[in-house]
Ligand binder design. Structure first.
Ligand SMILES: [Zn+2]
Length: 555
């Protein structure tokens, strides 16, 4: 394989992984005889350099094919190849094509007993097992273990010629452009939808991925697809910039010496939001499955584990806190079992949300001075002290910043600060029936229709009447953490970023004992300035900056 002979980066990474133990059991392909196969205990293998492939796949179905303590003995002797689900049989075929003698498949090579010690051992070693595999075979297009992935695929290029005319120095020039329908396609496959397979792909040094419409070879130095119309971009980074699944995350950080601090942070946030779109079975698993990515980030940034706070980094906490629920993912929860209360991880962490998150604007990069929020302290209690990047029991964040008390009336945020004196309130139309059925979506709190407001304003004040007027409604867009907007209640807007007269930050609701919980993300809307108020006063920002900074403890 070219990757083993000529790839400098891949070879270097492989050398780093010298200390290694083998998985306890492997499927022995050399044993195949008369349709029978067996698994071997690797303690009995004499070879020095055991090479094996790993199958990365979505299990589902095929319960009877798993290895258990009940059938282990028999499987060590021999069992029909057809006992293996189709996806695993196809992996056998591919492994043979690579001329490798061994294949590792979790459900076959780890006896699946509920209290099995071996399960935990092998799960802990998983990142190393994947990194050390000669190749990871990804059954990307197989929806379950019986689906298989070696199907005939449409290999034709569809070509279209289109006539085009341009005018060059007054002369009409006729030409043609050619479109190819096939090309390097990036698409989400069933295997991408599970959090554990994501971790597997992060750790694999090279993988052979069977997608619905193409086969892709991917290692740390290159990516090739059998559907390439032309060469793929020569630099893995160029390729990665346009992909959505962040599967090359660790290598994006570690193999490019020129990548800067900001670039790494941006990749981290992108990677996090990609990860949050993945489905998972147990809500509690989320930070565990993300742990590997976090540890790579720490390694490559030279950060201590103590910098890591439930999915966010102390060094970049202000920006980290500005996540919001990704409204484009309308199906909401990515968890199979959404718990009723979401107190497993702190509310300020993106991992507390059982749905997709994003960062509103990843370009808030070197705006250090625009962050008005001060983070004084962040205490996190991890479930297992030896695993600082895994799940947490609780977390407490102490911050200080500009805050505004508001009342959420079910439709919009009403100023509670009580700006009196010269400030008069614009009259608000009364709520009409059905006002909650906001066509913008239930969680988007918008101010009234601008025209309507203008009319009510004009009736209250003659047009030449210059007064200092501020509406009582905070001109802000809110994206609630919950799918449905909360019940009417008192809330606090806490500014994190303020620049150019606009503010964005998080919504806090009071719990007890002086502590708050996060309930959403807000950004003030600049459009107001050219509407009712005309004069360009940036109301939301102005309001937030009125008072002195206050301290909050968010749990
Ligand atoms: Zn390579």
């Amino acid at each position: 394989m070219d990757c083993y002979k000529n790839h400098e980066i891949c070879t270097k990474l492989r050398k780093k992984l010298l200390v290694h133990r083998l998985p306890k059991y492997l499927i022995d392909l050399e044993s195949i005889h008369n349709g029978y196969i067996r698994i071997v205990d690797t303690e009995g293998i004499q070879e020095d350099n055991v090479q094996y492939s790993i199958l990365s796949y979505s299990w589902g179905g095929g319960q009877h094919s798993k290895t258990t303590s009940g059938n282990l003995k028999k499987r060590l002797v021999g069992f029909p190849l057809t006992d293996l689900p189709m996806t695993v049989q196809h992996a056998v075929t591919v492994t043979q094509a690579f001329r490798l003698c061994y294949l590792w498949v979790d459900a076959i090579c780890i006896p699946q007993d509920p209290d099995g010690r071996l399960i935990q051992q092998e799960l802990d070693a998983m990142p190393e097992l994947y990194a050390k595999a000669t190749v990871v075979i990804s059954a990307a297009c197989a929806a379950h273990s019986n689906a298989g992935f070696l199907e005939p695929r449409d290999q034709d290029y569809h070509q279209y010629d289109l006539p085009v005319s341009t005018v060059d120095e007054g002369q009409q020039v006729d030409g043609r452009i050619t479109l190819f329908e096939r090309g390097f396609k990036k698409q989400r496959e069933p295997v991408d939808m599970r959090i554990w397979t994501e971790q597997e792909r992060n750790n694999a040094l090279c993988s052979f991925r069977f997608e619905s419409e193409q086969v892709v070879w991917r290692c740390r130095e290159t990516t090739h697809a059998d559907s390439d119309v032309d060469m793929l971009p020569p630099y893995p980074d160029a390729y990665n910039a346009s992909t959505f699944d962040g599967s090359m995350f660790p290598s994006m950080l570690s193999t490019t010496s020129t990548r800067n601090y900001e670039g790494n942070l941006r990749e981290y946030l992108k990677h996090t939001s990609d990860f949050s779109k993945r489905q998972y079975t147990s809500f509690d698993d989320r930070l565990d499955a993300f742990a590997r990515s976090a540890s790579f980030m720490a390694r490559d940034m030279g950060w201590e584990a103590s910098q890591y706070k439930a999915g966010l980094w102390m060094k970049d906490m202000q920006r980290g806190l500005m996540w919001c629920r990704d409204e484009r993912w309308t199906n909401g929860s990515t968890a199979d079992d959404v718990p009723m209360n979401m107190t497993l991880v702190p509310s300020w962490s993106w991992a507390s949300l059982p749905s997709a998150v994003q960062w509103d604007d990843l370009n808030y990069l070197d705006w250090g001075s625009c962050y008005s929020l001060r983070v004084s302290e962040c205490k996190v209690k991890v479930k297992c002290p030896k695993k600082p990047y895994h799940g947490v029991e609780k977390g407490e964040l102490t911050v200080e910043g500009y805050a505004l008390n508001v009342f959420w009336d079910g439709r919009e945020l009403v100023n509670r600060t009580g700006l009196c004196g010269s400030v008069r309130r614009a009259s608000r139309p009364t709520l009409e029936p059905g006002a909650f059925n906001n066509p913008q979506g239930p969680s988007l709190a918008r101010t009234h229709d601008k025209e309507e407001r203008k009319r009510s304003h004009e009736s209250a004040f003659p047009s030449d009447h210059q007064v200092s007027l501020e509406p009582s409604v905070l001109p802000a867009k809110v994206i609630w953490d919950s799918l449905l907007p909360p019940e009417p209640q008192d809330l606090t807007c806490l500014e994190i970023l303020g620049f150019g007269g606009s503010s964005s930050g998080i919504m806090l609701s009071y719990t007890s004992g002086g502590k708050y919980k996060r309930s959403g993300y807000f950004a003030t809307e600049d459009e107001i300035k050219s509407g009712l108020l005309g004069g360009g006063s940036k109301v939301g920002h102005h309001w937030l900056r009125q008072g002195r900074c206050r301290k909050f403890c968010v749990i």
